[in-house]
Design a protein around this ligand. Sequence first.
Ligand code: FAD
Length: 532
Amino acid sequence: MKRWNGWGDESVKHPLPEAAARFLEERVGPAKATPDAPLASVVGQVPESRLTHHPAISTDPANRLRHARGHSLPDWVALRSGRIGVFPDGVAYPISGEDVRALIDYAAQTGARLIPYGGGTSVVGHINPLAGDAPVLSVDVSRMNRLLHLDERTRLATFGAGVNGPNLEAQLRAHGLTLGHYPQSFEYSTLGGWIATRSSGQQSLHYGRIERLFAGGTLETPAGTLQLPGFPASAAGPDLRELVLGSEGRLGFITEAVVRVSALPERETFRAIFFPTFEAGMEAVREMVQAGLPLSMLRLSTAVETETTLQLAGHAKAIDTLERLLRLRGVGEGKSLLMLGYSGTKSLARATLRAAYGIAGRHGGAHLGVGGIFGAQWNKARFRTPYLRNTLWERGYAVDTLETATTWTRTPATIAAIEDALRQTSEADNERLHCFTHLSHVYPHGTSIYTSYIFRLSPDPDETLARWQRLKRAASQAVIDCGGTISHQHGVGTDHAPYLPAEKGALGIDALGALCRHFDPDGLMNPGKLLL
Ligand SMILES: Cc1cc2nc3c(=O)[nH]c(=O)nc-3n(C[C@H](O)[C@H](O)[C@H](O)COP(=O)(O)OP(=O)(O)OC[C@H]3O[C@@H](n4cnc5c(N)ncnc54)[C@H](O)[C@@H]3O)c2cc1C
């Protein structure tokens, strides 16, 4: 069963090796677990629903709690401490576009606000009901999850937009096909959620971000139904799909989505390459992507992230041997780990990997014989890593992530500014913080930057939240000051909304506001998200 106050399935554990726990203690300081609020007491806080009766709406308190929060750090503080704040007044589970239309009509008649809910994996406050006089209905679309149409010849698949990652891939796999969209939240996040947040999967270098995969579909809005045909290309004016991508539930519900699918790859492999420095690795990665090598993934860790990854992996003896071998190849202290992926035909695999190794070698990269074993391990564990967040929390540590994208020229200064902002803010709090960064989605003209940071929980949840707010503010301002986007993949929600005007400008924000009013004149759809 899905956990109500943490990541993933209740039965899955991600233990922390003792050596890794010592490493964290050295970096951040000794921490103490804080007690979790019991489920029954939190369910007991759920107030009376303000919704008028509707046969398709559940007002069950446990259901309402399970739809109250996502996975941002403030959400975790709220869920673990039992200080939820606002609950939705009810939850509906439509199974068709007609059901969704009926719920929109109900909201128009009663003034209820609607929050489209996919997998609830948002990390920026997208699906949280906000305080206000109007009742709030969370509309969980997860039962709209079937493959509705498949044109195998054209390779277009139409799905109910509530389908989650594993279910979507299983339905395609039966036809020898894949979408290839693998965000780390794959286990629970949904197709509609990916589109509404402009998500990016781990193998986006090959399959593309969701923008490239989303061919069309249906948006049910308070103003009517918007159909988006799945043309291979079109010059018929502005592309209306762009309105839906990143709309964060503000315009309406994506009920059906047409996606571009591919044949299952004949060959899929992940390899590790170690560089003497992060700077050398970055040059190699830039060259690989600008050369157009048909790789599926290039994920480069800074020296601190590389060390942290090796420490958290546990296997001290194997890592020791690896490090001795690397030193013989001139890769020692300060090394940087590149995870490289290939998905495609067998015939292209060898030439692509040879070309990548050639570029890496010119920058001092060493791939050793164990690169494949390391890569296979990474592949096996890639959707398990989020479970570590549960373990760390239960040991008294909070983990959060920040992400942006910028040009290659600005990348080094942006990483430094984000990490400095986090460290300085933490120092001002007389606390230590461990932060590390990787580049996970690379483009010819730049890269995403993904920074993780670990800090101690305070025994007082309000203080943990305040600590996080100071860190988030400082790092977000650093992103803006460096000219990066406020989000490469997580979206805007509530947490990034204050920074959006710096990126879009006043005219751009006005245009987005006008768009929301056009499709949703009464402001029923997910108010307070994306635009303040
Ligand atoms: C552990 C973890 C790892 C993550 N890794 C990644 C990653 O690798 N890449 C990445 O891009 N993101 C990642 N995320 C963020 C998150 O998973 C994505 O934003 C994801 O796209 C959200 O999908 P969801 O179905 O859970 O949407 P939800 O969280 O349910 O909703 C997100 C937003 O989309 C709207 N929405 C959802 N469904 C619909 C619909 N059918 N119609 C209209 N609006 C809708 C909601 O109203 C809300 O505004 C991660 C999150 C976690 C917790």
